[in-house]
Design a protein around this ligand. Structure first.
Ligand code: NIG
Ligand code: FE
Length: 402
């Protein structure tokens, strides 16, 4: 294999995943990783030796974007449900009548692995075109052993065949499948005794997620899932406090969750639990927007308690049929009043942390994977301010154009 050239990015306006640099920077990439950084004014001729130079011409260099919460693999779509909601039906009403998630379950079960791959690919390519270099993909529309594993295999294959890092999450406890109607505990047993062990044994899942909600699973049921996940060495995440406040976020934090996601209805006790455990709060403004939610996540409390905030698309056929992480930057600022810096951290450093990848990607510091985006602007705030521009000039994964 030819050795990939060492590259030196010069004259970059840098946002390193947490902060903006005060002056133009040079970034050295060796063997797919960030080797060192220097201000341009301190760069000597000797520093440049042995590198292929890439002149950023003052443009903005950021870490490759991390979309830490998606449901990209699914069959069918829910445009009909979108119309029903416009005619006045609520998300919960549709779910209780067997539509919503369960309609996607029917379509996903009916689809072959090949069909699911072909359907998911353009969704992922849309995210990649937007600067995403790491993506998390959940199962959760199979709701039986065979179909949950099928979804995870498709997610793994996307990671092998496309130039993007894929992290997979088993979301068996997403909804109650019709076969277990009136036996939620029996279904949780299946998730814990069959799905988690199988997904772990086959190396198909990096984490386990749950939907903790009145229309899904109770805190006690989610805690059983967390215990099984931990017993199999898998990380934990939760869809919590999306539609009501059940205390699911605090329970997830106590179990050592990497992140709790949605969190519109999170209260101060929940925020304190996250702060204590170091759990990330992942904000999903796309679902908030599509559901026309009015309860904004407790941003000020999260700030005050120093809880890291990640930001993701939640790309899914029901609550967030949105395949643009950059749109989330704008929505997080407009709808949730995040600052552009907080929003950008949410799709870089904090997004990586929400996946347990904080030592691997999401920052431009020595030792990290050289996943980079070069944007046609010299102002990081433009990424959040504008929708559709600035243009993505280069997308780099592990040091290579992708
Ligand atoms: O993140 N909250 C539950 N799950 C998804 C929605 C899935 C769906 O409606 O298909 C979410 O919003
Ligand atoms: Fe989700």
């Amino acid at each position: 294999m030819p050795q990939s050239p060492h590259r030196l990015w010069i004259d970059a306006t840098l946002f390193d995943g947490l902060d903006a640099a005060a002056e133009p920077m040079a970034v050295a990439v060796k063997d797919g990783r960030i080797d060192w950084l220097k201000p341009m004014r301190a760069l000597s001729e000797a520093d440049r030796a042995g590198f292929e130079l890439v002149d950023a011409e003052g443009r903005l260099l950021t870490p490759g974007l991390v979309d830490c919460h998606t449901h990209l693999v699914y069959g069918g779509n829910r445009a009909g449900e979108f119309e029903a909601r416009l005619e006045g039906k609520s998300y919960e009403e549709i779910a209780r009548a067997g539509g919503g998630i369960l309609s996607t379950v029917r379509a996903t079960r009916a689809a072959s692995e090949e069909e699911l791959f072909a359907a998911a690919r353009p969704r992922l390519e849309a995210l990649m075109a937007d600067g995403v270099t790491t993506v998390e993909i959940k199962s959760g529309y199979g709701l039986d052993l065979e179909n949950e594993l099928k979804m995870l295999r498709v997610a793994r294959r996307l990671g092998r065949e496309l130039k993007v890092r894929v992290v997979t999450t088993l979301l068996g406890a997403h909804a109650l499948p019709p076969e277990y109607k009136d036996d939620a505990d029996g279904y949780i047993e299946l998730v814990c005794q069959r799905m988690i062990p199988a997904a772990a044994a086959e190396g198909l899942a990096d984490a386990v997620d749950v939907f903790c909600e009145n229309i899904a699973f109770s805190v006690a049921q989610c805690e059983r899932v967390y215990a099984a996940a931990r017993a199999h060495g898998l990380a934990i995440k939760g869809h919590t406090e999306q539609l009501s406040n059940l205390g699911g976020s605090a329970a997830a934090a106590r179990a050592g969750a990497l992140s709790v996601d949605h969190v519109e209805y999170l209260d101060e006790a929940g925020v304190e639990a996250l702060a204590e455990a170091g759990t990330v709060a992942t904000l999903l403004p796309g679902a908030f927007y599509i559901l026309r939610e009015t309860k904004v996540p407790p941003i000020e409390l999260l700030r005050r308690h120093g809880v890291p905030m990640a930001l993701a698309t939640d790309a899914n056929p029901g609550t967030s049929p949105i395949f643009s992480l950059r749109l989330m930057l704008n929505m997080a600022c407009t709808l949730f009043r995040l600052t552009p810096v907080e929003a950008l951290r949410g799709v870089t450093a904090q997004g990586a942390r929400a996946l347990g990848l904080q030592r691997e990607c999401g920052r431009i510091v020595p030792g990290m994977a050289a996943d980079l985006c070069l944007w046609d602007t010299d102002n990081y705030a433009e990424l959040a301010y504008s929708v559709g521009l600035p243009r993505l000039v280069h997308r780099i994964v592990a040091g290579e154009p992708a």
